[in-house]
Write a new protein. Structure first.
Length: 390
């Protein structure tokens, strides 16, 4: 009997979901328990960096609680243990009609099934009232001035430069722009780190009028009290532009030495030219099975994707849980089996670090805080990163 040619599963990006899939494949391989769906499948992973930084521990690293290698997952080694070929390149375009991915190395990779977990870009448009009318050169100047939290590998280098500049300054002024949980974690971590250098250094949070709007009031009030405890200035106005050392808001402007943008996400650059159906700001449109609505052999999860059947927030929680469903659906698709829907839970545990080994927890309408919450978060985070190296 003639043996059928192997299928190719291409994993684009090394986000939480793909890290989870690699862990699963590695564990199965160590037990000689490979799924029948993968026996005749070649698997490749494309990622710009050989390491993946765990975003949940980034504020702890900024505040000095962790070394960089403690929050870093060796993606390349994990691929090796999982029997997956690692390709260190960035994605330029995806042409789903021909089942091809183009990369920065001027290469084209064919696939039978594609999984997207590339993350997204920081949305900087709110930092200029006239962003869409700007010339490309002006946009580039603005992007170079503002420090975006994505990609994390670039942000870590820029944060170390901020610390170096702060050590040479008598009064360093940093602004964090954003209204979500990430912005509040970053601003508290930054304040703790900078005040260790000099008590005169100051961080300001520019959050508009809807700080933590997606959380229950009790959680929001706890976070605001922690911001006040750290003596962080809160400006409830919309940031509109940063230029020539001044950050302008809808109410005023003030001098700063650096601006960090934690302003939500928009689709990655490659989504502009893809033939995959996208929605909103360039997110791949997926159904409840995390499957592209335009090309059924393409799956997407995490910040790169948006559910079209119901609202699901872009968050690490959904990237992990939705990623587990997506991984199972990839195997099912390869075997022509029924796919499973990802139904987000009504309540999820959220742990927000407050800079100095203190954290706030939220579960539905219940919120709590304390040092023990931070140590609980640390235990959960470290367990995840350590398990990726096992």
């Amino acid at each position: 009997m003639k043996r059928m040619s192997k299928k190719t599963l291409l994993l684009a990006g090394a986000g939480h979901a793909h890290i989870g899939l690699l862990r699963r494949l590695s564990a199965d391989r160590s037990k000689n328990n490979a799924s029948n769906a993968l026996i005749d499948t070649d698997i490749h992973l494309i990622s710009e960096q050989p390491h993946t930084l765990y975003s949940g521990m980034l504020p702890g690293w900024m505040a000095g609680h962790y070394q960089l290698d403690e929050i870093s997952i060796d993606t390349k080694s994990l691929c090796l243990r999982a029997g997956v070929r690692f390709i260190q390149q960035s994605i330029i375009n995806i042409t789903a009609a021909s089942n091809t991915v183009e990369t920065s190395g001027n290469e084209r990779f064919d696939y039978d099934v594609l999984s997207l977990n590339t993350g997204a870009d920081t949305d900087l448009r709110g930092l200029s009232q006239a962003y869409d009318d700007m010339s490309n050169d002006t946009r580039d100047d603005m992007s170079n001035d503002v420090i975006a939290i994505r990609p994390l590998s670039t942000f870590t280098l820029q944060w170390q430069q901020i610390l170096a500049d702060a050590r040479q300054s008598e009064q360093y002024r940093l602004a964090v722009v954003g209204a979500g949980a990430a912005a509040t974690e970053l601003v508290m971590a930054a304040q703790v780190a900078l005040q260790k250098i000099n008590n005169n250094h100051q961080v300001t949070l520019v959050c508009g009028e809807n700080l933590l709007s997606g959380f229950v009031p009790s959680f929001r009030q706890r976070v605001i009290k922690q911001l006040h405890r750290h003596s962080i200035t809160i400006i409830e106005a919309r940031a509109t532009a940063y230029r020539d050392g001044k950050l302008s808001t809808s109410n005023d402007s003030f001098p700063v030495d650096a601006v960090i943008a934690a302003t939500g996400v928009r689709g990655a650059a490659w989504t502009v030219s893809t033939d995959l159906e996208t929605v909103d700001n360039g997110f791949v449109a997926v159904n409840s099975q995390q499957q592209s609505v335009s090309h059924p052999n393409v799956f997407a999860v995490g910040d790169v994707a948006t559910r079209v059947d119901q609202y699901v927030a872009h968050s690490g929680v959904h990237a992990v849980h939705g990623g587990a469903i997506e991984a199972g659906n990839i195997l099912a698709y390869l075997q022509s089996k029924m796919l499973t829907e990802y139904q987000p839970k009504t309540h999820t545990l959220y742990l927000l670090s407050c800079g100095d080994k203190y954290a706030i927890g939220s579960w539905g309408s219940v919120s709590l805080q304390g040092r023990w919450v931070w140590y609980l978060k640390r235990q959960i985070d470290k367990r995840f990163v350590t398990s990726c190296a096992a």
